[in-house]
Design a protein around this ligand. Structure first.
Ligand code: ME8
Length: 663
């Protein structure tokens, strides 16, 4: 019943602390692992560290410590980051583990015994950084064709794996298995690479040049090439990391996730090694794209390496997970910038999902005593049916389709989930429960609407669980559901209408507070206002004089257009609304102004219920000095008709983006 599903990430070099690139692959693997566990698969998710080889030895030498001590010091940095990012790996391998080293030596010995490893003198161009030889024809101007660093000519006796023997078999395998290398563009690249004669692979390094590695079992003067060591991890781990040896259970891997930088080593070296060892090839090797930062290659020397810990501290783990997988199709390159992350956080997460949850819980508390009401089927209309169909299709069809290991369209999956978020918000706007609540004749319809809003969120909880585990759990708690995400909840068909009636909802913290964006803008805003205030004070006297002269004949004071233009009016969308305690007039609104969110206290509580306002597009005076009303800070003013008595709020019917200017 439960198909084994083995997913791996590259094992990362311990030459430095982990960065956003490492986080990316590992997050993608985690989403898959969580999703397939929810689907009832027997998942083994492996990640770990590549601890041998030149890069690590060099880093240790630089730090002036022994390589093993260096690795031991850096390992917790990776392990802790994976905890912070909520990784659910089942195994964490270190290539210095003795059990791993044993398997590497077994593989080497097997190939040696079969005559597939031989010794030969080799002269070539060697790149220390990439730890590989290049042939004369690859090299241009004394530089490594890959990393463009200077390379040197080296001649040494080494051991070679007869990789060239497998060229035709590998080509045929790739041609006959379109799912083997994904995406298709990368498959074509590998096929192109295989058009040239495939050379044998040097799999040894003389200890005189590199001592930090696994010794060849048949010649103690050498250690093995770090890639022979590292690639073996995918199999050696299965012998000792699961609770019982599981090579037969999980091999061949369902999917090796790798960055495009290491596709050749996986598609060619690893595949031919497996062929020589008479082991099955992985089902899919998926090469994802490369992240740059603010349009630039990420590098220590540029000082632009993104530390995932810092991003999570600032924006939260799920905003980070969401951003990385939503922003860019998995096989393509992407650019990371804080602005882009803030934008996604504010629009998709806070205004989208966060808003849907918060308004639904508020509405249920207000109009159904905080308990999920029973729907009355006879009151259903096409809005309900649309929601129902979209939610079921999302879980039953869309997610499994896009998250198929051959496809891995994480961004499309999230787009589809967010289409349901949007539909849910539109459903509340259209059905307007606050209007229904005004007429007892609409009670049954109101119940149906509130039920359906909550039911949509149950589907969204299940749909987002693999991507954003903390958020799904938070939603689960606020909705009073008792979903246990460690169970295979998606193994059975999820049917609309299974949400239990009578469950008590609990308003919790907002899912995605826009702390950083708001604080940043607020600080800027306050500074700007202080500057304005100083300017105003210095002009006070002259202004008063001028105003006296400007009264028109009707007695109404006239102002110049410049004066009017000083008032910055903007379109705002009401995200949240509640009453200010002990006041029957004041409402506290959270308003989306596009780039920021503002809290505005408005004296419209006699005219409106808070729930009526959520989702309304209004007009806000955006450059008003902040003030406190009944102890609550107000960062702007809403426009409404009327004097002492409010007659109506100024709203905009057209679909206008929050933050748009009003003049
Ligand atoms: O290559 N964008 O380790 P490594 C996207 N030890 N992904 C990135 C990235 C970026 N800018 N930078 C790194 C090794 N990655 C070997 C692997 S496997 C048997 C041995 C990710 O520490 C991406 O997954 O250099 C890439 O393949 C991997 O980190 C390289 O990590």
């Amino acid at each position: 019943m439960t198909h084994p599903f083995y997913i791996t990430t590259p094992i990362y070099y311990v030459n430095d602390v982990p960065h956003i690139g490492h986080a990316y692959t590992t997050i993608a693997a985690d989403v898959l692992a969580r999703f397939y566990r929810l689907r009832g698969n027997d998942v083994f998710f492996l990640t770990g560290l590549d601890e041998h080889g030149q890069k690590v030895q060099q880093a240790a030498t630089k730090a002036n410590i022994a390589p093993q001590a260096h690795c031991d010091q850096l390992t917790p940095q990776f392990k802790n980051l994976w905890k912070t990012l909520m990784m659910s790996h089942d195994g964490f391998i270190r290539t210095t583990d003795s059990q791993h080293q044993t398997v590497v030596q077994q593989f080497l010995q097997t190939l040696y015994d079969k005559g597939l490893i031989y010794q030969a003198e080799y002269t070539g161009w060697y790149c220390t950084f990439d730890e590989r030889f290049w042939t004369e024809k690859d090299v241009e101007g004394g530089l490594c064709p890959d990393c463009k660093r200077p390379i040197e000519q080296l001649s040494e006796s080494n051991y070679f794996f007869r990789m060239s023997h497998y060229q035709d078999r590998l080509k045929a395998h790739i041609q006959n298995h379109p799912e083997f290398i994904r995406p298709a563009s990368r498959r074509n690249e590998v096929l192109g690479f295989l058009e040239k004669p495939l050379e044998d692979l040097s799999i040894s390094r003389p200890k005189s040049r590199l001592s930090w590695g696994i010794e060849l079992p048949f010649d103690s003067a050498y250690v093995t090439y770090v890639w022979f060591d590292a690639l073996t991890n995918y199999i050696s781990a299965l012998d000792y990391l699961p609770s019982s040896p599981s090579r037969n259970r999980y091999w061949p891997a369902t999917v090796h996730l790798v960055g495009k930088d290491i596709l050749t080593t996986h598609a060619v070296y690893w595949s031919t090694m497996l062929m020589a060892l008479e082991l099955a090839l992985p089902h899919t090797i998926f090469a994802h794209g490369w992240w740059t930062v603010n349009g630039e290659k990420m590098s220590k020397s540029r000082g632009n390496v993104v530390n995932p810990n810092a991003v999570v501290d600032e924006f939260g783990v799920d905003a980070f997970r969401y951003f990385l997988l939503r922003e860019v199709p998995f096989g393509q390159d992407g650019d990371y910038s804080q602005e882009a992350l803030i934008g996604r956080n504010n629009s998709d997460l806070a205004n989208g999902l966060g808003n849907l949850l918060s308004r639904t819980v508020t509405l249920i508390q207000r109009f159904a005593s905080g308990q999920i009401p029973a729907p009355v089927r006879s009151t259903e209309d096409e809005h309900d049916r649309e929601l129902h169909a979209a939610a079921e299709a999302l879980l039953q069809t869309t997610l499994p389709y896009h998250l198929n290991p051959e496809r891995l369209e994480f961004n499309r999956t999230l787009e589809a989930i967010w289409a349901l978020v949007q539909l849910g918000n539109q459903y509340i706007d259209k059905t307007a429960p606050w209007v229904l609540a005004k007429d007892p004749a609409n009670q049954e319809r109101l119940q149906t609407v509130l039920y359906n809003a909550a039911e949509t969120l149950r589907f969204l909880c299940l749909a987002t669980a693999a991507f954003m585990p903390a958020t799904a759990q938070n939603m689960n708690e606020q909705l009073g559901l008792s979903l246990n995400f460690s169970h295979s909840l998606l193994a059975q068909k999820i049917t609309w209408g299974e949400l239990p009636v009578g469950t008590t909802v609990r308003k919790g913290q907002s899912l995605f507070p826009r702390i950083e964006a708001t604080t940043r803008n607020k600080e800027k805003h306050i500074v700007e206002q202080k500057v304005e205030a100083v300017k105003r004070e210095s002009k006070e006297g002259t202004k008063e004089e001028a105003h006296k002269d400007q009264a028109n004949q009707t007695g109404e004071e006239q102002i110049a257009i410049e004066d009017f233009m000083k008032v910055k009016l903007k379109v705002g969308k009401v995200l949240e609304a509640e009453r200010v305690p002990k006041s029957n007039k004041l409402l506290k609104l959270q308003v989306d102004l596009g780039s920021e969110r503002r809290q505005i206290v408005a004296g419209i509580g006699k005219k409106y219920e808070p729930e009526e306002l959520i989702g309304q597009t209004i007009v806000v005076v955006a450059n008003l000095k902040p003030a406190k009303l009944m102890g609550v800070e107000s960062q702007g003013m809403v426009l409404a008709a009327g004097g002492k008595e409010v007659l109506g709020l100024l709203t905009i019917n057209e679909d206008t983006a929050p933050g748009s200017q009003v003049k």
